[in-house]
Design a protein around this ligand. Structure first.
Ligand SMILES: [Zn+2]
Ligand SMILES: [Zn+2]
Length: 246
């Protein structure tokens, strides 16, 4: 039974929906024939979640030609990364590429509802693990000022909405303004980063279980550099969560 007041609210909501339909955050079309408040069907169909078979260590999606079981990828077999586990929610490609770009370079937080709904639909991208600290990958202070936000912090708040008190964006410091990573190959990316990330002096990390959050996992150079520094300072465990996997 819908009461009189409830009925008025319902009519109001329907009228608002008709007058101001929500728009798809991927393509900008009005969402008229779907219950989804953020995504149209065709944009949603282009979102590819990262699922098994994958590498249990770095989280890279693997071909199912060799079976559906998770197995170490060639890169992890050759060189074990310094983090304990990395997982990404979706594959990097449109419409995700555009959304993350809008967030990162235009500080466009209207995309966060769309990203949050993908996290919900995907059921998260990591096991429900208890962390002591959730640490976003830092931006160089001048770059942060120029951009207006750190996309890794925005994403950490989306992934860990119910544990926001554990998110600490001050622990890692980007101390050197390294050139943008995009456009560099693996070894150049690593060289680019050495010594550029520090832990805030006086931070106690002994035995801490940490989750590092970033927007995109490409070669893993950034995640590895941050993990190395955190473990050097005594962290017991560093998992990495990124929104997209290139
Ligand atoms: Zn769309
Ligand atoms: Zn791997």
């Amino acid at each position: 039974m819908v009461g009189k007041v409830g009925m008025v609210d319902l009519l109001k909501a329907n009228l608002l929906q008709i007058l101001f339909p929500p728009y798809c955050c991927g393509c900008g079309q009005p969402l008229v024939d779907t219950d989804d408040r953020n995504w149209c069907c065709s944009c949603l169909a282009r979102v590819v979640y990262v699922t098994s078979p994958l590498c249990p260590l770095c989280g890279m999606g693997l071909s199912s030609d060799a079976g559906d079981h998770d197995r170490w990828c060639f890169s992890c077999l050759k060189h074990q990364p310094p983090f304990d586990k990395a997982r990404s929610l979706v594959q990097y490609g449109d419409p995700i590429r555009t959304l993350l770009h809008r967030l990162k370079f235009n500080a466009d937080t209207r995309v966060t509802a769309g990203l949050r709904s993908l996290v919900k639909k995907g059921g998260g991208c990591f096991e429900n693990k208890e962390y002591d600290l959730i640490v976003p990958v830092p931006l160089f202070p001048a770059r942060l000022r120029k951009r207006g936000l750190n996309q890794a912090l925005v994403l950490a708040r989306i992934f860990f909405a119910d544990q926001s008190e554990k998110i600490d964006p001050t622990i890692l410091i980007k101390a050197k303004n390294t050139p943008a990573q995009s456009g560099l190959g693996g070894p150049a990316r690593r060289k680019n980063l050495v010594g550029s990330i520090l832990v805030k002096p006086g931070t106690k990390l002994e035995k801490k279980r940490i989750c590092l959050v970033d927007d995109i996992f490409t070669t893993g150079a950034t995640a590895s550099e941050c993990s190395l520094i955190l473990k050097e300072k005594g962290a017991a465990n560093v998992d990495v969560v990124t929104f997209a996997r290139a």
